[in-house]
Design a protein around this ligand. Structure first.
Ligand code: RIB
Length: 287
């Protein structure tokens, strides 16, 4: 189960990322499907999960196309409502090393309300795991987490984009998957109580992924790749991890599986197009 955002991504390839007040010239533009929620739903579906998504898109063509893209992945979109507010959009710049900067215009992602979550509470309660990010309004994300936890459903939060509002008003989840920058703000000393979770997973690009629980720290090195575009790599990790851990695999396996999904997602352009399938993840690294 994923509660989250759906965007149309407009990606510009640039020789280097612009600084404040600077103009750079792009070599090309790509338009594709994104949004952290939708990316994670696609990642979970391609990793072999049966996925339902709750979210909101506009009544515009972009909204229809976002829904069709998820349906083509076998994702149940009955929890995605339509709004008069335009579909969310993201404007991305990706440089020659695959690094990116992203500006998101939330649009319909902010038209979702707690009532939408209440309406789909039964589906949340029936899930093996609930995957959340922070591109939808905080009360919506919090309510989904509360319903899931009260029903014993494992809640996995990717606290991205990390906001001051969230830092000031955190809530309990089971697993937090954060990148290094987010983890430093959320739990500077890797303190699980500050992160309000039982497990904190820190993704660190080409450095080993860290998994911190009460039992201690585990490190799992990702495969070495030469990235083309890192957009969506964290989403690929989160979706693949949700599936691998929900299947009852041990932690080392689940993180290694997710590491491979994240690494593979850096090898092609765009967010959703680059997310690997289960067979690609399993084949990767076998030599
Ligand atoms: O995590 C990558 C995503 O962030 C992009 O697809 C963009 O839509 C933004 O939500």
């Amino acid at each position: 189960m994923v509660v989250g955002s759906l965007n149309v991504d407009h990606t510009l390839r640039v020789p280097r990322l612009p600084g404040p007040g600077e103009t750079v010239t792009a070599s090309r533009i790509l338009t594709g499907f994104g949004g952290k929620g939708a990316n994670q739903a696609v990642a979970a579906a391609r990793a072999g999960g049966r996925v339902t998504m709750i979210g909101c898109v506009g009544r515009d063509d972009f909204g229809r196309l976002c829904l069709e893209a998820l349906q083509a992945e076998g994702i149940d979109t009955s929890g995605i409502s339509r709004s008069d507010v335009p579909t969310g959009s993201a404007f991305l710049a990706v440089d020659g090393a695959g690094e990116n900067l992203i500006i998101v215009n939330p649009g319909a992602n902010h038209a979702i309300a707690e009532a939408d979550i209440e309406r789909h509470a039964g589906v949340i309660r029936a899930a093996d795991a609930l995957v959340l990010q922070l591109e939808c309004p905080l009360p919506v994300v919090r309510r989904a987490a509360e319903i899931a936890r009260a029903a014993g459903v494992r809640v996995i939060l990717n606290p991205s984009p990390l906001s001051d509002a969230f830092l000031a008003d955190r809530f309990d989840v089971d697993v937090v998957i954060a990148n290094e920058g987010e983890a430093a703000r959320l739990a500077p000393d890797r303190d699980l109580r500050k992160a309000r979770c039982r497990q904190l997973i820190i993704t660190r690009g080409e450095e080993p992924t860290l998994s911190i629980t009460a039992a201690g720290l585990r490190e799992e090195a990702p495969p070495k790749v030469v990235p083309v575009d890192t957009v969506g790599a964290g989403d690929a990790f989160a979706g693949a991890y949700a599936v691998a851990s929900s299947e009852g695999n041990d932690e080392a396996f689940a993180i290694a599986f997710a590491n491979r999904a994240g690494a593979l997602a850096t090898l092609a352009d765009g967010a959703q197009p680059s997310i690997p399938t289960r067979s690609a993840i399993e084949a990767f690294g076998r030599g």
